[in-house]
Design a protein around this ligand. Structure first.
Ligand code: DX5
Ligand code: ZN
Length: 224
């Protein structure tokens, strides 16, 4: 089944708790929490205290996307805030294998995030300590950007690598995931959709209808 994860950086921060409760009830599978440090990416979003404040309001997995430099220095902070999964950027840590191992040693799922221009060879020797791969389908930092078309082939190439090496690693896509791009990302092997302003956070449609529409639409492309 294709997993749907709201990108909470796109939510109204003034009613974040209520939004989380409604999205949970609408049937989302996980919550994607973008963390930015103004250095690795030119923006700031959610911090550990914000994450901690919404943790009690849902039991759905918190997928923390660390768009920060030296993420290995902050793993405990986000586990204590309630992270069930942490993805780190291959471009942001000196020792990716050790960082992924550290995440797993904390008892949560480890993810590798790749910027659009980063070759998939970065993944070659860490698939055994990786639970999911976050393919940035826009340049990280802001919602509302346009999908980068060369990412379709990148997703297919990653899927081929995972299958060839015989690992069970999920492929998450993050950035401008909506009705125009979902067919291509699912057909090429993605199984976790980060849904932001392109598909879920639209003023003209309720969370309940947006999730139901996405669920029905994804059925057309579900392989399993
Ligand atoms: C980029 C962000 C966005 C966001 C999704 O760093 O991660 O991709 O979650 O928002 P839209 O759907 O507007 O790209
Ligand atoms: Zn993200």
């Amino acid at each position: 089944m294709t997993l749907i994860g709201p990108s909470l950086m796109c939510a109204d921060m003034g009613v974040l708790k209520e939004s989380v409760i409604r999205l949970d009830q609408a049937g989302v599978d996980f919550f994607h929490l973008d963390v930015m440090d103004g250095s690795f990416v030119p923006n700031f979003t959610l911090g550990p205290d914000m994450i901690k404040s919404i943790r009690p309001h849902t039991s759905k997995p918190f997928d923390v996307h660390l768009m920060i430099k030296s993420p290995e220095n902050y793993l405990n902070l986000f586990v204590d805030a309630g992270a069930d999964m942490i993805s780190v950027h291959a471009e942001a840590t000196e020792h990716l294998q050790r960082t992924l191992q550290s995440i797993r040693n904390l008892g949560i799922k480890a993810g590798v995030a790749l910027n659009p221009s980063t070759p998939i060879q970065e993944l070659q020797y860490v698939l055994d300590v990786t639970d999911y791969i976050t393919v940035m389908t826009v340049n990280p930092g802001f919602a509302g950007q346009k999908f980068i078309p060369s990412m379709y082939k990148k997703i297919a190439d990653i899927k081929e690598m995972i299958d060839r090496e015989g690992y069970n690693v999920q492929i998450q896509v993050d950035g401008n995931i909506g009705y125009e791009t979902i067919p291509g990302v699912l057909n090429n092997g993605a199984d976790m959709l980060v849904c932001g302003s392109s598909s879920l956070f639209k003023p003209e449609i309720s969370f309940e209808d947006a999730v139901a529409n996405l669920r029905a639409f994804n059925q057309n492309y579900n392989k399993s």
